[in-house]
Write a protein that binds this ligand. Structure first.
Ligand code: SAM
Ligand code: SF4
Length: 336
């Protein structure tokens, strides 16, 4: 098949990048108020605008027709969406979808892990930004540390392999815990992911002086542990490492200091049905309107092709042009 024919069957942007992963925000609401994510007074999407499971599944089928094969559910907090297990099992039925994951704050994981596993969920990432209970409560504004830890352990118990833990590292807040997080991965076999702080906080308090670079994180870990880099999977947001003598792994998501825009393969769908091709670009495209006005699958597929084509080059090009990084939309709207 010629390249041009092959491209007809895939979602390709102007820079030749092919979409393979879809991140779906299943609702924008959340039971936490992480101060690097939520605004003081969030404006929630009205319930009637939130996509139904049938609408999400239909879109996923159309995406899968273009070779998108991985889906991650996020939010807001995906586990407060009623009957989320039903959506998961519906998505397992979609031909071509090989992997379904979730990113959660972990609060409801202890009670839901088993049902999520039975529904067909394959991977779980839990956000845990501090190992100090008081600090964690302060940042999330919910007394939740012990409950989240139980959720993480329960996920392992019910058989999720390679449970990942996300920590956004912010200078002056939790950068003194980098080695503690690394220790948790080393001793307990978790996959720890250190995320550089991005300018998508609802309170707009982000500043480059609060970003702890991936390089700094790595050098602190190297001072304590013997580590080796793992081969980077194309499209991956992280550079991953394993400990020479220990159980777990860790990854560093250098979205600010060393982004991987040139092979980015992700597309995002908001809870109210907007396609967001790039986190660092304000453009979003309303697919809900089409879904709810009788468009055929073919018309929606054409729309997806057109919108993905328009995906911005990404933060890498902003950095090259020394452009100021701006708040585009808060993270709870796109799911990270
Ligand atoms: N509520 C779920 C959770 O917290 O895992 C899913 C949604 S949350 C928006 C998805 C991911 O984005 C989380 O790992 C969260 O820590 C991360 N995040 C939120 N605000 C961020 C920011 N300003 N910079 C970097 N990551 C951020
Ligand atoms: Fe909620 Fe996740 Fe945002 Fe925290 S990071 S406020 S848990 S959506």
């Amino acid at each position: 098949m010629h390249d041009s024919q092959e491209n007809e069957l895939r979602l390709v942007d102007f820079y030749g990048r092919v979409a393979r992963k879809l991140r779906i925000s299943v609702l924008d609401k959340c039971n936490f108020r992480c101060n690097f994510c939520m605004p003081e007074t969030p404006e929630w999407i009205p319930n009637e605008k939130i996509l139904s499971f049938e609408e999400i599944s239909r879109l996923v089928r159309i995406f899968a027709g273009f070779g998108v094969d991985r889906v991650r559910l996020s939010g807001g907090e995906p586990l407060i969406r009623k009957d989320i297990e039903k959506l998961i099992s519906q998505l397992t039925e979609v031909e071509g979808i090989h992997r379904i994951g979730i990113t959660t704050n972990g609060f409801f994981l202890e009670e839901k892990a088993s049902n999520l596993k039975s529904a067909g969920l394959q991977s779980v990432t839990v956000s845990l930004h501090s190992l100090k209970p008081e600090r964690f409560s302060f940042v999330t504004q919910v007394n939740s540390h012990a409950k989240v830890l139980k959720g993480i352990r329960r996920a392992k118990e019910v058989g999720f392999e390679n449970v990942k833990i996300n920590a956004v590292i912010i200078r002056g807040y939790n950068d003194d815990e980098i080695l503690d997080f690394a220790g948790m991965a080393y001793h307990e076999g978790f996959n720890m992911r250190f995320i550089e702080y991005m300018p998508f906080d609802g309170k707009k308090q982000w500043g480059i002086n609060k970003v702890v670079s991936g390089e700094e994180i790595l050098s602190r870990i190297r001072d304590r542990y013997q580590i080796v880099p793992l081969e980077r999977e194309p499209g991956s947001t992280a550079i991953n490492y394993k400990f020479v003598n220990g159980g777990g792994e860790f990854g560093i998501i250098t979205s600010i200091t060393r982004p991987f825009c040139s092979d980015c393969d992700r597309i995002r769908l908001t809870a109210d049905g907007k396609i967001v091709p790039c986190l660092f670009d304000q453009h979003e495209y309303d697919v809900a309107g089409l879904l709810r006005n009788g468009a055929t699958d073919r018309e929606i597929a054409e729309f997806l092709k057109r919108t993905v084509k328009l995906k911005a080059p990404g933060v890498e090009s902003l950095l090259k042009a020394s452009a100021e990084l701006k708040h585009v939309r808060p993270m709870y709207r796109t799911g990270g």
